[in-house]
Design a protein around this ligand. Sequence first.
Ligand code: AMP
Length: 276
Amino acid sequence: MMQARSDRMRRQFKTIVFVPTMGFLHEGHLSLVREGKKHGDDLVVSIFVNPAQFAPGEDLESYPRDLDRDLELLREEGVDAVFNPDAKEIYGKEFQTYVELKKLPNHLCGISRPIFFKGVATVVAKLFNIVKPHVTVFGQKDYQQLVIIRQMVRDLGFDIEVVGAPTVREPDGLAMSSRNAYLAPEQRTSALSLYKSLQKAQELLENGIQDATIIIDAATELIQSLPETKIDYIAICDTETLVDIKTIDKPVLMALAVKVGKARLIDNMILNPQLD
Ligand code: AMP
């Protein structure tokens, strides 16, 4: 049905823009929708909690969901179509074809979540074939995901423009995430340490500290000083290859994942050295 709709839209020379999500929408998702509107005239949003990207023991079952609220928010934004498939519709009985990248998943989140990006790339490829967009919008909040999708689009020849959209934050700086719903009030303060440590890193760099280890140590200390935090990784790496960088002499990506209580949170920032 969605494929037939996409064909119809293409026959009408509409430019289809696609925003994939897992639902439980917040202002971050809505900013992607608003960005998408600038790039075309048929806006499609998918809501699909993708089983293939969750490992056993992760939060697939408990992932927050509120379809009615999501549909209302998307209606208010004037979205043209919402695609909310069943897992059975995406993964048929004999499903056996996966998209796997060789290098980009071997960093950051891919280390502690070894099947995650295979699940993401596979579902996004399938959604692309169903929605047939000309343009797609992904958030920089999930930076590694964004570079992986860009790579997959290049490697497999998808005729799709990938637009990256900036991270939307709460007024105090916490990156918006559906998983913030897991945070108890006292954990909320601990969660802010992700953003605080990124700000601290930029400040150290501005004060002339270019040694990534010193910056990562300062971030580690800041985060560990708060209750209920467990660092998965803190990395400073190349913005395109995601390979670790020791001395910061160009813009780099600083990315981190921290468990706060049972919520696994991620954040990142491009750090800019002041070069003369
Ligand atoms: P998710 O529903 O978490 O899979 O996210 C769907 C899309 O929204 C992805 O492209 C995310 O990068 C993006 N996104 C999630 N949180 C934010 C945020 N705080 N700011 C901007 N984009 C976001």
